[in-house]
Design a protein around this ligand. Structure first.
Ligand SMILES: Nc1ncnc2c1ncn2[C@@H]1O[C@H](COP(=O)(O)OP(=O)(O)O)[C@@H](O)[C@H]1O
Ligand SMILES: Nc1nc2c(ncn2[C@H]2C[C@H](O)[C@@H](COP(=O)(O)O)O2)c(=O)[nH]1
Length: 264
């Protein structure tokens, strides 16, 4: 069977969800963006593919910790509760990163890397005390060094603060009643520093930047462009006659370009 035919059959096999191969780890995508930027909505498109596991942000866990709404009390009294909230966010996100699956693709809403952004914003606003910052950052550094949280692609839904403020108000999550446009501007800026200007923390994977200001209908086309790029990435070391026990090389074929605008 020619090389091209083998590659197409492999891609079609993956696309159709034919359970023909096992993978040492899935090709992992993290969808990042501001509050209300459209991450959950974007993630829902991936739920139509049975070769992909979709892991949404565990907000419901944060809303009920032994009967306490940690998200709510964090917003109400950040100086008192932000540290414990961040610690729980890091734990619950780590659980998603290390979620085991035989499927070839895993798409996550946000990441443990993103919780570091919120911590950095809290540092700038002097919400956290120095010893709390040390504990959280040592926690994070240990995760990065020791946990299996390899990421292959970041999709940054870059949505203006004004638009996410509108959407957040319409969504009307009670815990977010006190979230201001100024706060959303800070979170927007710190996402840009990390993912657009890449001047903050190191990037775990290449970044696709999407215009999250587009309408729900227009985002379907953005998803389709990304989907085709994600599901057909030829990974380095992936041989064409993958057998059930072949493990895919942990590296992938995406060029080491930090920001790829491949969803034209
Ligand atoms: N492209 C879009 N255009 C208009 N409204 C959107 C769009 N994407 C999401 N929304 C709406 O905005 C709100 C926040 O979207 P959501 O997907 O929950 O964002 P996130 O998960 O980033 O917080 C929801 O009410 C959703 O229906
Ligand atoms: N202080 C932090 N807040 C966080 C973090 N991760 C998420 N969140 C908040 C933001 C929203 O109010 C809510 C869910 O986020 P969406 O973007 O899905 O609306 O949780 C964090 O690390 N720190």
């Amino acid at each position: 069977m020619g090389l091209l035919v083998r590659r197409i059959s492999n891609i079609l096999g993956i696309m159709s969800g034919t359970p023909c191969k096992t993978y040492k780890r899935p090709f992992t995508v993290c969808v990042e963006g501001n509050i209300g930027s459209g991450k959950t909505t974007f993630l829902n498109h991936f739920k139509n593919y049975d070769n992909t596991v979709v892991l949404q942000e565990p907000v419901e866990l944060w809303r009920n910790v032994a009967g306490v709404n940690l998200l709510e009390i964090m917003y109400k009294d950040p100086r008192r509760y932000a540290c414990i909230f961040q610690s729980y966010v890091q734990l619950t996100m780590l659980q998603l990163h290390t979620y085991k699956t035989q499927l070839p693709y895993k798409v996550m809403e946000r990441s443990v890397y993103c919780s570091r952004l919120f911590i950095e914003n809290m540092k700038r606003n002097k919400i956290l005390q120095d010893f709390e910052i040390v504990v959280l950052e040592e926690w994070f550094d240990w995760c990065i060094k020791n946990a299996d949280i390899e990421t292959d692609l970041i999709i940054y839904l870059r949505t203006s603060p004004e638009i996410v403020y509108q959407r957040m108000r319409i969504r009307a999550r009670k815990e977010e009643n006190s979230v201001s446009l100024e706060y959303l501007k800070q979170i927007h800026e710190i996402h840009d520093e990390w993912l657009l200007y890449q001047s903050l923390f190191s990037l775990p994977a290449p970044v696709i930047v999407l215009d999250g200001n587009k309408s729900i209908e227009e985002m379907v086309a953005e998803f389709d462009k990304c989907k085709n790029k994600i599901f057909t990435q030829q990974r380095e070391g992936e041989n064409d006659t993958i057998t059930a026990n072949t493990t895919i090389s942990a590296t992938h074929g995406l060029k080491e370009i930090k920001t790829v605008d491949i969803c034209k």
